[in-house]
Design a protein around this ligand. Structure first.
Ligand code: 13P
Length: 121
């Protein structure tokens, strides 16, 4: 069965994630990819990768990824976080990170850790 990977980025980090996805397109195309709404659109437009777009983060996309982790349907999470901006949905962001932590899901919050997580796939 294909492994699944979540891909999320805050607005200031979306280009960085799209570029990272392009650089790793071959490997990523062998995985089931899930993304929050706006991040997913950016990745598709930039890379042509196929992925499942969930709701936008502030409208529940982070919560959907958290639910997938709790249901053991997500094998890894790449979440490029903007550590310099306040988010109206900060509670959802924290909940997603918390679930990745307690379920021991490989989780990357920036490019160098994303490279390390992708090595596991
Ligand atoms: O806000 C996000 C993660 O917290 C990302 O959501 P979007 O991909 O819809 O911008």
């Amino acid at each position: 069965m294909k492994k699944s990977l979540g891909l999320v980025a805050h607005d200031e980090k979306k280009q960085l994630l799209a570029d990272w996805c392009l650089a790793h397109k071959d490997k990523l195309s062998s995985l089931d990819l899930y993304s929050t709404g706006t991040t997913g659109k950016k990745i598709i437009d930039h890379t042509g990768l196929e992925l499942t777009r969930l709701e936008s983060g502030p409208l529940g996309g982070d919560a959907q990824l958290g639910a997938m982790i709790a249901e053991k349907r997500l094998d890894g999470l790449i979440f490029f976080i903007d550590g310099l901006a306040a988010m109206p949905h900060d509670v959802d962001v924290k909940a997603l990170i918390r679930l990745a932590t307690i379920y021991d899901v490989p989780f990357a919050c920036n490019r160098s850790t994303a490279n390390a997580v992708l090595e596991l796939f």
